[in-house]
Design a protein around this ligand. Structure first.
Ligand SMILES: [Fe+2]
Length: 338
């Protein structure tokens, strides 16, 4: 009786924990039966892939997040900073996101239709669906080891094909090619080995029979209008990030009375500012007001450079450095508004 009570208490506690923990990721339901994609993808592969591999990414993500500073972040927020989260979060957040997309873009009886917006965009950009297949299959075949091949909407709202290692994807800051993936093909051996063994090429030939083009088209249209695309665009603006780094690493110590960093790095700040001003501005940030703000930022950084090149009181440096900091926040603010 006592044991029964303990068991019941444990069950209720577990239930309460999962209900009260909003940060708990869960495996979504598979939108079709394990055998729905036969004979192209066999039921055993589907079942193991979904119930073991994907489930493990979800479990390990929850484990890695417990007590970490990323606990309250969305999956997308974690992916954006994947280069800094550590491997456990990077691999498992990627694994969860990538597989969720993968199940969504597979299916039967949802064929390519040349009237779909995504079909028109593919045809306009690459000539035909066959060209896309060739590019993606080539990307998958040349991906050494485990990884993915992607069809992506870029911040310029163009389509792009790229591949990634492990569970990385183009949302991640760790990748050079950035954007929102709308179709992904899993080229880990666990996705095909039971049926195709080492013949990745045969798996790639087969999988195009079970692409759910209705879902790919929905993903395409959603991505085009997704504000997250602009977040990725800004995140991929390397010169802005570089300037931000030198700004933070000189301004904040100065606020606390340490002027060594700015005395040492004022020239670097000017150079990073010039790189930012003269570099290619991301399309949706290229406006007269942002260009003007960048001019001001460089001008002000040069004032600080001049001051630290000769004996100058800290108070004077602080007041001019604060103006660089303000100018940077004008740029940042404009990036948010426009
Ligand atoms: Fe997989």
């Amino acid at each position: 009786m006592k044991h029964l009570f303990t068991l019941l208490f444990a069950m209720v506690s577990t239930f309460a924990f999962t209900q009260n923990n909003p940060d708990f990721f869960r495996l979504g339901s598979l939108p079709y039966a394990y055998n729905a994609l036969e004979p192209f993808i066999d039921a055993a592969t589907m079942e193991i892939h979904y119930t073991k591999h994907h489930q493990a990414y979800v479990n390990n993500l929850n484990k890695a997040l417990a007590g970490s500073k990323y606990e309250k972040k969305s999956l997308e927020e974690m992916l954006l900073v994947a280069s800094r989260t550590g491997d456990a979060i990077r691999n498992n957040a990627g694994g969860h996101y990538n597989h969720t997309l993968f199940w969504n873009v597979l299916g039967v009886n949802q064929p390519w239709n040349s009237e779909m917006p995504v079909a028109k965009a593919i045809t306009q950009q690459w000539g035909s669906l066959d060209s896309l297949k060739k590019m993606m299959n080539q990307g998958a075949m040349t991906r050494f080891g485990s990884g993915w091949v992607w069809l992506v909407v870029t911040p310029e709202k163009k389509l792009m094909v790229c591949s990634s290692a492990n569970q990385d994807n183009p949302i991640m800051d760790a990748m050079k090619e950035r954007g929102i993936p709308i179709l992904g093909i899993d080229v880990w051996e666990h996705a095909y080995y039971l049926k195709y063994q080492n013949k990745r090429n045969d798996y790639l030939g087969a999988i195009w029979n079970v692409i759910n083009w209705v879902e790919v088209d929905k993903n395409y249209q959603k991505a085009l209008n997704d504000p997250f695309l602009k977040v990725i665009e800004k995140d991929a603006w390397i010169e802005l990030k570089d300037f931000h780094k030198v700004m933070a690493q000189t301004f904040h110590p100065a606020e606390e009375g340490n002027f060594d960093p700015i005395r040492l790095r004022a020239t670097e700040m000017v150079m990073k500012g010039e790189a930012l001003k003269n570099g290619k501005l991301p399309a949706s940030y290229d406006s007269p007001s942002i260009r003007k703000a960048l001019e001001d930022l460089v001008k002000q950084a040069k004032v600080v450079q001049e001051l630290v090149s000769k004996p100058t009181k800290n108070e004077k440096i602080m007041s001019e450095l604060t103006k660089v900091h303000d100018a940077f926040h004008v740029v940042e603010g404009l990036c948010k508004d426009e």
